[in-house]
Design a binder for this molecule. Structure first.
Ligand code: AMP
Length: 542
């Protein structure tokens, strides 16, 4: 027997309709790419999103067609998301930090018909325009005054394009399993893989993100997503914030410490979310200028491990540090470190111990850890295993790839190695390919990196396994120091000594000017492994 409840498909555009009706005057503030701060509201975003739909519909964009965006976090970009999805087209967010050839590969693979771009990326697109013939027209997110001369096909300034629409348009209703958006994972090996979100998965993920132990913003809160709309579905914030009526502050193209601080401070931001490198820049800036952020309640940090020293810096500032783990394939939230009883009663180091884990999943994500044969290993906080997940907002396949990616029980292998304790708190040990295999035992590169950045002179640290004739691999610590400081190898080794098992201690330390990052802000270990391929560790000459 079926239930007697209404058939109300979970469609993304219903979120912005709700925001416009119930929180219509709530502000969305943007640092525009042109420069000035621009203020709009959810009601206006909804109105303009309808115009985007009307124009795309007029251009013959149909259900299932791909429309790409390559743009910063701005209100215009958000309007485009909803405008594209409202007609059942697929919003393909392209990461501009990829190499131009990778961008061309992705656009071709997705067969995008329209490309919506910020001014910043016009030169990149001009260079690859010949390689992306599926794109029929380019829309530049600016007005007539700022529109540059360009060779891009059928290029038009967004504001001019929108003027042709009156917004008298109705969004479509279709099956909630219809594809809504796509995002390619920037794998460090092999071709990028397209993750295809559905309307249903995005709406369910937004509800999950709204839970108070997840992102948990309210209508009276202000959220500044530093995490870009083009990275991992914007961590769901493009849906969760409007669904709650939370004020949004969009940082545009300026993500340096001073610019982010300025917006956090002037807009009295309560919640913010981004990767550790962004928080590193912010904290360094605040420290140097002796600044505070009295309104800040929560800093969500994910994408890479949040170092303990960073958690402490935010906690000391009076904000909650919420360490999150997830993946593009998971929409992306997987786990968040919040203090459930009895851990909410802990203080000092014991409290930091829990906050530094990757946390536990909200309802809607199931996880397990297995050995290489697929057999589950215990949740004892010690046994490492391959981390696998299942849930309604987790990929079951990649776009146009014909291979099975789930195990027999329907779980997706994340490629991460983790432990889980009796209370369900998960700790990422490493990416399976980054873990250091020393004499048949595993050393977590993440643990060593987190410890090293706790040293007051270290800005960022990376650990890789380097060939060793006796142990196969031993850890090499690569450090980028804070500006204008000097430091020796022994100072850092002394600092680490006693804080980890003796055999985990790095065999050597090298200092570099800058640690390379991937397009999504993760340490680019492949480049470091390449650079130090022939490095001989002290005492390891064969
Ligand atoms: P992406 O799909 O680009 O978001 O990358 C997902 C991967 O980033 C995960 O599989 C992890 O390897 C890594 N990752 C994300 N969050 C964390 C975290 N909090 N700690 C450690 N690794 C993380």
């Amino acid at each position: 027997m079926l239930g007697l409840m209404q058939d109300w498909p979970l469609l993304c555009h219903r979120i912005i309709e709700h925001a416009a009706r119930i929180h219509g005057n709530q502000e969305v503030v943007t640092r525009s790419v042109e420069g000035p701060i621009v203020r709009t509201t959810y009601a206006q975003i909804h109105q303009r999103a309808l115009k985007v739909s009307q124009m795309l519909d007029r251009a013959g964009i149909k259900l299932g067609d791909r429309v790409a965006t390559i743009a910063w976090n701005t209100a215009r970009h958000l309007e485009c998301w909803y405008g594209i999805m409202g007609i059942g087209a697929i919003c393909h967010t392209v990461n501009p930090r990829l190499f131009p050839d990778q961008i061309a590969w992705i656009v071709n693979h997705a067969q995008d018909r329209v490309m919506i771009t910020d001014l910043t990326f016009v030169p990149i697109l001009e260079k690859i325009a010949d390689q992306i013939p599926s794109v029929e027209r380019f829309i530049v997110l600016t007005d007539k005054e700022h529109m540059p001369p360009t060779t891009l096909k059928n290029a038009v300034a967004y504001e001019e394009w929108l003027k042709e629409a009156d917004g008298d348009f109705e969004w479509k209703t279709f099956d909630e399993n219809t594809a809504a958006a796509m995002c390619y994972t920037s794998g460090t090996t092999g071709d990028p893989k397209g993750v295809l979100y559905s309307h249903r998965s995005n709406v369910l993920h937004a509800l999950m993100a709204n839970n108070p132990d997840a992102l948990g913003t309210r209508a009276a809160d202000t959220m500044l997503p530093v995490v870009p709309l083009f990275h991992a579905n914007s961590w769901g914030i493009a849906f969760s914030a409007p669904s709650m009526g939370t004020k949004l502050v969009m940082p545009g193209a300026k993500l340096d410490g001073a610019s982010v601080y300025e917006l956090l401070s002037t807009e009295k931001v309560t919640h913010t979310a981004g990767v550790p490198t962004v928080w590193l820049m912010l904290l360094q800036y605040m420290q140097k200028e002796k600044l505070t952020l009295p309104h800040l309640k929560m800093v969500v940090c994910g994408g890479s491990a949040m170092p303990r020293s960073m958690i402490k810096a935010f906690v000391d500032m009076g904000a909650e540090a919420r360490h999150a783990w997830g993946m593009t394939e998971m929409s992306p939230l997987g786990t968040l470190a919040t203090l459930k009883p009895p851990f909410d009663q802990t203080t000092g180091d014991a409290r930091l111990d829990v906050l530094a884990t990757q946390g536990y999943p909200p309802f809607g994500v199931q996880m397990k850890i297995t050995d290489d044969a697929g057999k589950e290993v215990p949740w004892d906080g010690k046994t490492f295993g391959r981390l696998k997940v299942s849930g309604p907002a987790i990929a079951k396949n990649y776009y146009r790839v014909d291979s099975e990616i789930l195990d027999d029980a329907g779980f997706f292998d994340t490629g991460d190695v983790a432990t889980i304790d009796q209370d369900g708190y998960m700790r990422i040990t490493d990416r399976s390919k980054d873990v250091i295999k020393s004499g048949g035992e595993w050393i977590s590169s993440i643990d060593l990196e987190n410890l090293a950045v706790g040293h007051p002179k270290v800005a960022e640290a990376a650990v890789i396994g380097v060939y060793h004739p006796k142990w196969d691999e031993r850890p090499l610590l690569i450090c980028q120091l804070k500006p204008d400081v000097t430091c020796t190898r022994d100072e850092i080794l002394q600092y680490m000594d006693g804080k980890i098992a003796k055999w985990w201690m790095p065999d050597d330390i090298v200092f570099v000017e800058a640690i390379p990052h991937t397009a999504t802000g993760k340490i680019l270990k492949t480049a470091l492994r390449d650079q130090f391929k022939t490095y001989t560790l002290p005492g390891a000459a064969a």
